[in-house]
Structures are given as C-alpha cells and as structure tokens.
Design a protein around this ligand. Structure first.
Ligand SMILES: C[S@@+](CC[C@H](N)C(=O)[O-])C[C@H]1O[C@@H](n2cnc3c(N)ncnc32)[C@H](O)[C@@H]1O
Length: 216
C-alpha cells in the first residue's frame, strides 16, 4: 500500500494534469504577456494545510514561462482557512523564497481566518489573477459557502479565473449552480477520471474541476 507521502505526490501530479487540461486552455498568451513583469496572484480559500501550494505556484509560473522562458517568474499565493493548526502546517511546509532551478520567486502567506468575511483582512485589499478552492464544502453548510463563493468572485481581477475542485458529483453540481447564480460564468467543468477513490462510496480526490470567470 502506498504511503501518505506517495499518495500525496500522485494526487498532486493528477491535479497538475487536470489543471493543464481544464485551466491552461483558458489563459491567453496575451494575459501571460501583459502580466509577465508582475506577480501572478493566487488566492486559495479554505485551503486547509494547502497541500497544493507548490503545485499551483509551479503550474502558473510554468504557464507564464511559455511566453518568456528567460524571465524570472514571480508568484504570490495567499491561503486562508479557519483552522489554525492546518494554517501553521502550511506555513511550516511552504516558506517563501527563490526556486533557482526554475527561476521562480515564490511568496507564500497563510492566514487563519473566515473566508466568508475577507474584507476584514488588509492583506486581501487587492484583486487576484486566480481564486482557487480545492474540495469546496458546499454540501456541509450552503449559506456559509455561498458567502465564500461571493467573496471569491469579488476578489477576482476582471479577467481572473475562479477554479474549484469537488469530492463528489452532487456537491459539485450544487456548487456549479450556486456560483452561477452569484455571478460566475461557467467556462468549463470536467471529471477527473484518474482521481483517487476515498473510503466513502462516490467520493474521490479532485473528482471534478471547474473554471469560472466573472460575468460583469
Ligand atoms: C473539505 S476541506 C478542504 C481543505 C483543503 N482545501 C483540501 O483540499 O484539503 C474544507 C475546508 O474548509 C475550511 N472552512 C470551512 N469554513 C470556512 C470558512 N468560513 N472560512 C475559511 N475556511 C473554512 C475547513 O476548515 C476545511 O479546511
């Protein structure tokens, strides 16, 4: 049986493949080129321990590098979750710094806080290129998650993308409906056929991935 670390590594490789398939086609060369000197800013809501932090920063840096392979890529990721212990874990595992091998400057910030009330955080004054929610949990608290989705859409730059993943089919569909009602334009949604099954029937890791833009 695979160890936890091996499972995590495989989950991240599969997530990266899904992002290549679903998210990469939505990012135009123009968008990469115009932001090449700026940081790409990623907001990860309800991030827990943020296992995907390195996968996300590498993925978006590599997309930009397709346009200007020699340029240093700057990527910022800000994660927020109500669970202080998970946030402390993320802070320990993902220090900011320069990845010289890949020429990427990665800046990580992890905050303990309520993602349905982002306006109370000064670090969240600006808008983001990408808002990410892995394993959104709409099924276990519809009202709070509607508020989180609302905040997610409001923190997107005009041409930014909201990306969600879900553990199971019904929860994914509920989230798709709710986000569209709140002003999200569904761009694509795909099932991850390689997703790792969990002990609960019908649940698996990153089972679905969807991308939205703002309608306005
Ligand atoms: C299903 S877990 C997903 C965690 C992580 N994204 C992952 O994929 O492993 C849902 C997460 O939502 C967080 N959460 C629930 N309500 C929240 C809120 N109001 N603000 C911030 N995080 C919240 C929980 O603490 C939990 O970490």
């Amino acid at each position: 049986m695979a160890s936890y670390q091996e499972q995590l590594k495989t989950d991240m490789q599969r997530l990266e493949k899904m992002l290549q398939r679903v998210v990469a086609p939505q990012i135009s060369t123009k968008q990469c080129a115009t932001t090449i000197d700026d940081s790409t800013r990623i907001l990860n809501l309800a991030c827990g321990s943020c296992n995907e932090a390195g996968t996300l920063t590498d993925f978006f840096a590599n997309l930009k590098a397709l346009d200007q392979p020699e340029a240093e890529q700057k990527i910022e990721l800000l994660g927020i979750d109500v669970r202080a212990r998970e946030i402390a874990d993320a802070q320990r595992r993902f220090p900011s710094g320069k990845d010289s091998a890949q020429n990427i400057q990665k800046d990580y910030q992890f905050l303990t806080g309520d993602a349905s009330k982002l306006d109370s955080h000064r670090a969240l004054d600006e808008h983001f290129d990408v808002v990410f929610m892995r394993h959104q949990n709409f099924y276990n608290g519809g009202r709070v998650w509607e508020e989180i989705f609302e905040q997610a859409l409001s923190k997107l730059k005009q041409d930014g993308q909201l990306v969600i993943t879900s553990y199971f089919d019904e929860e994914h569909q509920l989230a798709l409906n709710a986000i569209q009602k709140l002003g999200g334009q569904l761009v694509d949604s795909q099932q991850n056929l390689e997703s790792r099954k969990l002990p609960t029937a019908g649940k698996s890791i990153d089972r679905h991935v969807a991308v939205f833009r703002r309608k306005d």
